[in-house]
Design a protein around this ligand. Structure first.
Ligand code: FO1
Length: 308
């Protein structure tokens, strides 16, 4: 039985990950999640992309916001604001419980991988999900106004500052998380979900050993850019600021020789035979659960066709 690794971060990635969880069994896919968005806030260890995927796979995610839990209340944060505390990063009352719990478990000496697995188990998730590394890695966003912590850029400053580049603090002393390293010893292919290439996928690829592992495997990415636009988030804006075309073709060239195959939306069918990689053209905009499942199935079948 084949085993695949799916690389995801943020909201777009979690949508395809849900589809993959319907198409592949827990023995067939492991989700490796970006931790570059993580930060310490209000004394809590916050891992947004791990939480987005956890809530999504547990069917608890807030579909309006894209992050956090649904059926949420905001009593704690609203009271904190009244007291003059920091309320710019919206932590709902139920969501806070997860952050308290994770912070306690980490303080008691558990690794981020162990905490992630424990929370997933408690929420009834059968698929494996793991951080890219158990060592801290932090995405720093370089802007015309200086270097910003990721959440300051993304949430506090609403992605407004023009980006000039990124770097990932902590990479030299980081290692692949044990679950991911073990999965890669017997893995037949990799799916890069339609996440932001710069701040959700590149941090995962930067973990020492990841690129070397992927170089030996067929790798398929699903374009996060459709007809020159990102479905959600600042990908297209970042590309314009980095002075590269905000196109699906540019995303393929960003991943470079790592890529074996690329899944394009129908809106970008025209470029399908101009790329240096094999392509498949399909509907990549995921509005319904069935869309997620259909895209996952097309992507897995494409990967399987490349694996032979
Ligand atoms: N994203 C926002 O745009 N605004 C928020 O207030 C916000 C709060 C938040 C709380 C918990 C959590 O797990 C994620 C949260 N996010 C919020 C998303 C977070 O900024 C992620 O890093 C982005 O989704 C990018 O992946």
């Amino acid at each position: 039985m084949a085993r695949y690794l799916a690389i995801t971060g943020g909201v777009g990635g979690a949508k395809l990950a849900l589809g993959l969880a319907h198409v592949l069994t827990p023995d067939e896919v492991l989700f490796v999640v970006n931790t570059g968005d993580d930060f310490e806030h209000l004394g809590l260890a916050i891992s947004p992309d791990l939480d987005t995927l956890t809530y999504t796979l547990a069917d608890l995610n807030n579909t309006e916001l894209g992050w956090g839990r649904r059926d949420e209340t905001w009593q704690c944060l609203d009271t904190l604001a009244e007291l003059g505390g920091e309320s710019w990063f919206r932590l709902g009352d139920r969501d806070l419980a997860l952050h308290f719990h994770r912070t306690q478990l980490l303080r008691a000496g558990a690794s981020l991988s162990q905490v992630t697995a424990e929370i997933a188990r408690r929420l009834g998730i059968r698929h494996g999900l793991a951080p890219m590394s158990d060592q801290p890695i932090r995405t720093i966003v370089h802007t015309a106004k200086g270097a910003l912590n990721f959440q300051h850029y993304f949430v506090r400053d609403r992605c407004a500052p023009a980006v000039t580049g990124f770097h990932f603090d902590g990479i030299p002393s980081a290692r692949l998380s044990p679950v991911v390293a073990d999965w890669l010893t017997d893995c037949q292919g990799v799916i890069i979900c339609p996440s932001n290439p710069f701040v959700s996928v590149d941090p995962v690829l930067a973990v020492p050993g990841m690129r070397e592992a992927l170089a030996r495997l067929p790798v398929v990415a699903v374009s996060p850019i459709v007809d020159g636009m990102a479905i959600k988030g600042p990908t297209a804006k970042m590309m314009a600021e980095l002075k590269v075309p905000a196109t699906a073709a540019q995303v393929a060239s960003h991943y470079g020789e790592l890529l074996t195959g690329f899944v394009l939306d129908e809106a970008d069918a025209a470029v399908h035979d101009t790329l240096p990689v094999r392509t498949v053209v399909t509907r990549t905009v995921m509005l319904t659960l069935q869309d997620r499942i259909d895209l996952a199935r097309v992507t897995v079948e494409f990967l399987q066709s490349l694996a032979h």
